[in-house]
Design a protein around this ligand. Structure first.
Ligand code: MG
Length: 386
């Protein structure tokens, strides 16, 4: 039995992770849940169902309400409250594993805390690797299986590379469906509505990552994630658009052969793979209807979707550049969701802020936090003075 703490339990990844746990009660025990507090009813239901000894809630008012709703019915559940509660839970939980389903660079602290306290991390928070990849990877030197990707492309790569000799690997291909605006020109994109942007053709995900999928910034973040996770040069990582969303990644070997991982676009697959690693467990996901499954691949339109090139450049620059790109993007995506800027403006703003960044010569958590705060501040300035 593996004991698991789930960070971001009421979000898209968190609820699907709990579904995997529910289907495999003899395999997993939930020993911690963390949530921002925005969906108290769901959180209270999760606490009643899984009875975790530790629960972290970021928002104090929400925590009080959860406490009131639980009343005396749930004893033995300790509440950690405040903005650092998730990180504290990641460090203090008795679990073997922490599944980090948080959104954004706020996920880095809990990832580091969980790894520092000896746990294995199932990582859906790709920003941990984007902004703090070197720090994260330093903590698992020689123990790569303490960090298991819960990103469909990276989980597929982990499978494609399983049992292969590393020196045989030539390059990898990360696929993307192309999002709702595949085939749109740069001019057409300036008229893209929020409703259209939130309708992803293949995946059902939270709003932030759905907008990142519409700009292809998500693919850019994933390139940097793959660089750290698999120790690849940026020249070894390629991105292709694959509208069907069936092949999630491809490993190409020096003999010219390729291993592609195919599966339905369902996040419960990468979640179960990380939670149950190295075993495969029942998920309830249907296998692909192969006779109705065409496979097509096309190059990225770099003019309409400049985010991918930007991410390669930023990844190559390293230091705090990825943290700056990510933070500026988080703010710009929220501004788009608030109706303040058109879609293409997101990446324009990010690019402008990256160009203005003067990085420190070393990178620590403090340097990352400073660069992150600077980029957020700059992004807000640019958005407000448009
Ligand atoms: Mg992905």
């Amino acid at each position: 039995m593996r004991s698991v703490a789930i960070l971001g339990s009421t979000g898209s990844i968190g609820t699907q992770a709990l579904d995997v746990v529910r289907r495999n009660p003899e395999r997993f025990k939930v020993v911690g849940l963390s949530a921002a507090g925005t969906n108290q009813e769901l959180l209270v239901g999760q606490i009643r169902e899984f009875l975790p000894p530790l629960v972290a809630i970021a928002d104090e008012t929400a925590a009080q309400e959860v406490r009131d709703r639980l009343g005396d019915t749930v004893r033995g559940v300790e509440l950690l409250v405040g903005p650092q509660a998730g990180e504290q839970l990641a460090a203090d939980t008795e679990g073997d594993m922490v599944l980090n389903g948080l959104v954004g660079s706020q996920g880095l602290g809990p990832t580091l805390a969980a790894l520092q306290s000896g746990k294995t991390v199932a990582l859906a928070n790709k920003e941990s690797l984007v902004v703090g990849g070197d720090l994260v990877m330093d903590l698992i030197k020689g123990e790569p299986e303490r960090l298991l990707p819960v990103d469909s492309e990276h989980a597929a790569l982990a499978l494609a590379l399983r049992g292969e000799r590393r020196e045989d690997l030539k390059r990898v291909v990360i696929t993307g469906s192309g999002g709702p605006f595949r085939g749109w020109t740069a001019t057409e994109l300036s008229r893209a509505s929020m409703k259209e942007a939130l309708q992803h053709p293949v995946w059902s995900m939270g709003p932030k990552i759905t907008i990142d999928s519409a700009t292809l910034m998500n693919k850019g973040l994933e390139v940097i994630e793959a660089h750290h996770l698999f120790g690849l040069e940026y020249s070894q990582i390629h991105v292709l658009i694959h509208p069907e969303g069936v092949v999630h990644a491809i490993a190409e070997f020096r003999d010219g052969s390729m291993r592609a991982e195919m599966a339905s676009a369902d996040m419960r697959l990468p979640i179960q793979l990380a939670l149950g690693w190295p075993e495969r467990l029942p998920t309830g996901v249907a296998p692909l209807p192969l006779t109705e499954t065409p496979l097509t691949f096309e190059p990225v339109d770099h003019e309409a979707f400049p985010a991918v090139d930007l991410a390669y450049r930023v990844g190559g620059l390293g230091l705090t550049f990825p943290a700056v790109m990510n933070a500026a993007n988080e703010v710009a995506v929220m501004a788009f969701l608030d109706g303040k800027i058109p879609l293409p403006r997101i990446v324009e703003i990010v690019q402008a802020i990256v160009d203005q960044h003067e990085p420190p010569s070393v990178v620590s958590v403090v340097h990352i936090e400073r660069a992150d705060a600077w980029a957020r501040h700059r992004a807000m300035e640019i958005i407000e003075t448009r």
